[in-house]
Design a binder for this molecule. Sequence first.
Ligand code: MN
Ligand code: MN
Ligand code: MN
Length: 267
Amino acid sequence: MNSSINADLHCHSAVSDGTLAPEALAARAKANGVELWALTDHDEVSGQQRARDAALSLALPYLNGTEISVTFAGTTVHIVGLGFDADDETLKAGLAATRGGRRERALEMAEGLAKVGIEGAYEGALKFVSNPELISRTHFARHLVESGKCSDTQEVFRRFLVDGKPGYVAVIAHPGRYKFSANEEYALFTEFKAHGGRGVEVVTGSHGAADFIKYTDMALEFDLLASRGSDFHSPEESRIDLGTLPDLPAQLTPVWTALADRVHRAS
Ligand code: MN
Ligand code: MN
Ligand code: MN
């Protein structure tokens, strides 16, 4: 697999906080020219088989994926995992344990919002959840936007919501989004490598042109594989559609070159 294929290795379905079914995402990816696809729902792999079956029925090569939240230096950092065995019992148990705290965290968020005068946010957020086990700050955000408490979901994240839990490793997602100092970011990359992390998203829907340059340099400096993914959630909310990002810079080694034997293909 060469570096210029249209790979999109980061997006969300209604199994987590996206709005489309895995099958609809597969069709959208195919229609947009994606040549290698991964669905990466937050802390959840129950959509993997549907996504994989739908992709293969369209002759779209597929990698298993997920996006896990971890905490580093007091900040939530997202890690995208790719190419794992979605039926692995240890992985499923680990993700279930990670999700287990979501209801508690959601209730804490609701309490925090009540303190700033926003009552009933937990019930409001629940209306946006298709899988109540996966209630997250995104659902709170949709509720706050819909109820007129905030003008957009980004504002909600900035103003009200925090999230975080212990985690698991593969590719650092959208590093340009975190508010780390240069020292903290260097420490994140160093520790990530020390724990066996192998890649970083360089081209993502969250990055601008300056981030592409900065994280190309970081990938080379830390000898990390480079990933590419839109982080598409919804036709209404997402600025970048599946499969519409620029190519990875040519000097980088794409993460999919290390995952060739993990790709599912139509037989
Ligand atoms: Mn999300
Ligand atoms: Mn993320
Ligand atoms: Mn994401």
